[in-house]
Write a protein of this length. Sequence first.
Length: 77
Amino acid sequence: MNAAQTAAFQANSGIPPSDMATVLLSAVFAVLLVWGTWAMRSAYVGWADEQLSQRQFLVVVVRFAVLYLVPTFFLLS
């Protein structure tokens, strides 16, 4: 953004664009962590009730890890 756009954004929102970017990134990662916790807990309950094999449980955990690392790499680099 150029200087005029930055000044207009800050005048209308009351915060600098960099702070807004931090808030949005934090929200993305918070939602991702909550979803991952739900997915792994659901998989654990299925594994504990013997509805999922250990391999299926580990696939859920690995998928979450990959789905967390990819946005981390692209958004925080």
